[in-house]
Each structure stands twice: as C-alpha cells, then as structure tokens.
Write a protein that binds this ligand. Structure first.
Ligand SMILES: Nc1nc2c(ncn2[C@@H]2O[C@H](COP(=O)(O)OP(=O)(O)OP(=O)(O)O)[C@@H](O)[C@H]2O)c(=O)[nH]1
Length: 317
C-alpha cells in the first residue's frame, strides 16, 4: 500500500452529511490534503489506493457503523497505525468508552467548532509523525542509513509467514566484507566506517524492487531478504552486488588477499513452502545462509555460495 508523503498530511473524511464535510474541509484544508468518502465501501477503496495520515469518521454511515469499521482498520497491519477521530452527535453515557474501545484516538462532538477540529487534528497528526520518526530511528542503522538488524529480524518473520501463505519462495543472503579486520588495522576505524558506508551505498543502488530489503546485519555484514525469489533469480542479483563492491576499487590493506576490497556472500532459499506447513523456523534459513557464507570464504572469497534449505531440519542455535 502507498503511504502519504510526509510534507502535506493526507486526511480522509468519512461522512455522508455534506454540511459536515464542508465544515471539516474548511477547518482542515490549510493543513492537509483532504479526501472524502460517503460510505465505508468507498472509504476502504480510497484507503487501499493511498493510505491517509488521519481519518475523521462519522459513527452512522449508510453501509456500516463507524464503530464496526474502526476495529476493522485497527486489525489490519496496513491501517492499524492511522489515527481515527470520530465525529459524532452522541453524548449518551457509555458512548465515550465505546469510541475508545473501537480503537479511536479521539472524538469530536457536533456542532463542530473549526478551531477545536483543527487543534485536535493537529495534535494527533503531530503525535503520529513523532511515532513514525521513532519507528524509523529504531529500525535504521545510523551509520549507513540502511535498515538495521532489528528490522531484518522483524521483516524476515513477516516474509517467512507470507511466503508460506502464498506458497512463494523466499531467499535470504548474508553479505560480508572480506578481511575487514585487516582494513581496519591498516587504515583505522574512521576509514573503516567510510568503507562500510561506501559498500552500503553501492549495494543499495543494485536493489531495484521495493520489496527487497537490504539491512546492516552486523559490523561489516549485510543481510538481504528477497521475497518471491527463487535461488536462480537471486544469483544474478548477488553477482551484481559482488561486482558493485569490486568496481568501487577501494584499496585493501597490503596484507589482504586482494588489492581491492571485496565481498563474500552466502544464501539460501525457502522453496515451494506448503501453505499448511507449521514449519516457521525462519532463523534456520539465516543459519544456512551464514553457513554458505563460510563456504564462500573458504572458497577464496569474492564469490557467492548457495546452500539448500531443508525445512525438515532444524538448527540448535
Ligand atoms: N570501522 C568499523 N569497523 C567495524 C565496525 N563493526 C565491526 N567492525 C570491525 O570489522 C571487523 C570484522 O572482522 P571479522 O568479522 O572478525 O573478520 P574479517 O577480518 O572480516 O575476516 P573474514 O570475515 O574472514 O573475511 C572487526 O575488526 C570489527 O572490529 C564498524 O562499525 N566500523
């Protein structure tokens, strides 16, 4: 699903009363891009097309009660984080509780006061923006700007599950800078950091599909998740990664095996998973890829090695 651009928040109003829509539009058009839906069906289509930053939701919609729609949005990982503010004329006892139980972050009662609508909307947009920044911070490697190890672990679990549900293959590659200790010892840690950053950028440039995830897995090690990718397709990309690092021509330490800095890669693939299989040992796939990496180191480095992943086997680590 597409997400909204950070500059101008996308606000979705779901209401079938044109007077309410006009009033909300007037109050909020200066701070965001406003879209409308007059029923739940249309709203879901708009959300699917472009994920809004905030939703203003009427309780009584022609085709569904807002108190039913809101929990549906909260149950879907793609829409769970969108703040939902109810617009309502209900003031009876217990209603407030129902709204928050449905997953709303707030509610505004009619008649609408433009300044109150604006203030509440801005508060929740600011809160959502801060949460997004925090999430980015938690999942990003500061030095390279790539996703970090926590992101890798979380994403791999999601991709592993999806690969089984869709019965698609999933490839994981572990990529390591060769003899990096020698580089560090020769040129010092600052130059070492520079080298890691240059390699990270070169690798990132090779990744074309948005669903492929390159992460900094450890010090001088990267990991790549390739959803819906059989081993033979992964091989082409991995060769391109090896070439991209070599082409940087970063002079290695004099005692290193090669004149320029190179990479070694190990990879493995979850092939033809069964949808009903209860095998969910995603970590075993990483261990097999790591084992293949060791093989490539032993085979002279600057190469990739594949190792078959047996879903009947488990690792103790
Ligand atoms: N400059 C710098 N060095 C790091 C960073 N993280 C890890 N390292 C260093 O990277 C080196 C990795 O070396 P090793 O994994 O032991 O092995 P290697 O020298 O790469 O040898 P092979 O893996 O066998 O090719 C160690 O010297 C770490 O101290 C970092 O963020 N910056």
């Amino acid at each position: 699903m597409l997400t909204s651009n950070a500059g101008r928040p996308d606000i979705l109003i779901i209401d079938d009363d044109s007077a309410v829509i006009m009033a909300l539009h007037k109050a909020l058009s200066k701070i965001g891009r406003i879209r409308f839906a007059s029923d739940a069906k249309q709203a879901l289509l708009l959300i699917q097309e472009h994920c809004p930053n905030l939703i203003l939701l009427d309780v009584e919609l022609p085709d569904m009660n807002g108190l039913v729609l809101c929990p549906q949005l909260k149950a879907d990982p793609d829409t769970a984080d969108i703040p939902v503010i109810f617009i309502t004329s209900h003031t009876e006892d217990g209603f407030e509780e129902k709204v928050f139980n449905a997953g709303a972050c707030d509610y505004i009662t009619k008649p609408l006061h433009p300044r109150v609508v604006l203030a509440r909307t801005q508060t929740h947009l600011a809160h959502q923006h801060a949460e997004q920044l925090l999430d980015e911070l938690v999942h990003t490697d500061k030095m390279t700007g790539l996703a970090n190890r926590s992101d890798f672990i979380e994403r791999l679990q999601v991709e592993f599950k999806q690969a089984r549900q869709r019965q698609e293959s999933l490839t994981v590659a572990v990529i390591d800078i060769d003899e990096f200790k020698k580089y560090n010892d020769q040129f010092g840690p600052l130059k070492g950091d520079e080298c890691i950053k240059r390699i990270a950028s070169a690798l990132a440039e090779c990744i074309q599909r948005p669903e492929d995830r390159l992460t900094r897995y450890g010090g001088a090690t990267f990991a790549l998740i390739l959803p819906n990718t059989p081993a033979k397709d992964a091989e082409k990309l991995l060769q391109a990664l090896l070439n991209s690092a070599e082409q940087l021509k970063i002079t290695h330490a004099p005692n290193a095996t090669r004149q320029f800095v190179t990479l070694s890669i190990g990879y493995s693939t979850l092939s033809h998973p069964q949808a009903d299989s209860d095998f969910d040992n995603w970590w075993a796939l990483v261990k097999v890829a790591e084992h293949a990496l060791e093989e490539s180191k032993q085979n002279g480095r600057n190469c990739h090695r594949y190792e078959m992943f047996e879903t009947t086997l488990t690792t103790n680590e």
